[in-house]
Design a protein around this ligand. Sequence first.
Ligand SMILES: [Mg+2]
Length: 215
Amino acid sequence: MYRLALFDLDNTLVDRQSALSDAVTSLCRTHALTPDAEQWLRTELVNRANAVDFARLREVFDLEVSAVQLWQEYVSLMADAVTCRPEVLDGLARLRAAAWTIGVITNGASDIQRAKLAVTGLADLVDGVAVSGDLELRKPDLRLFELAASRCGGSLADGGWMVGDNPAGDIGGAHGAGLRTIWLRGRSWPDGLPAAHHVVDDVTDAITILLAETE
Ligand SMILES: [Mg+2]
C-alpha cells in the first residue's frame, strides 16, 4: 500500500530559529554591522529570508559589500548552523523501513532550503522535495502540495499525511489538498481554521502516530 507523509522543514524537521540567530550573529560580526542593522535583520528574517532582503539591508544601512555576497554568506551560515536531531533522522528512517514515502514541502528560497536538506542528511531520507521558491507558489497553495506528491512519485488522489507547525500554510493547505494532518503546536491557532487530526509537541510524536498507522 502506498503511504505518503509530507513534512514541513523549518521548525518542524529542523530548528530554524536557533540557526537563524547564530547565522545573523556571525554575519553581523564579519561585516561589523551596527546593532541597528543587526536588529533590522533579525526582524526582517524572522519568518523567511530571500536575496532581496539583503539588497534592502545594504540600501538601508549604506553598506559597501554586495547584496549577492551577503546572501551567499547567509545561505552558507544557515546551512552550517542548521541541524536535524538524530531521533528525527532515525524516525524518518523507520518510516521508510515501514514502506512510507516521505516528502518535504517547504516555503523558502530554493538554494537555502536545499542546502539545509543536504547538510542535515535529510536529503538522503526523503523521496521528493517541493520548495516554494521553485515555482513562486507558497503553502497553502494547492499546487505546491500537488508538486510535492508528484515529486514523491504519487498523487494527492492517493491521500496521505501532512506534518507541520504553520496552522494556515501547513494544516489549512493540507486540508485543502485532502490530506490528514498533524500539527506541531506552538503558534496560536487562527479562528475559523478546521482543527488538525492530531496535535503534538514534537515531530517525533508525529512520526510515532504515523508508524502506528501501519499496524
Ligand atoms: Mg514551519
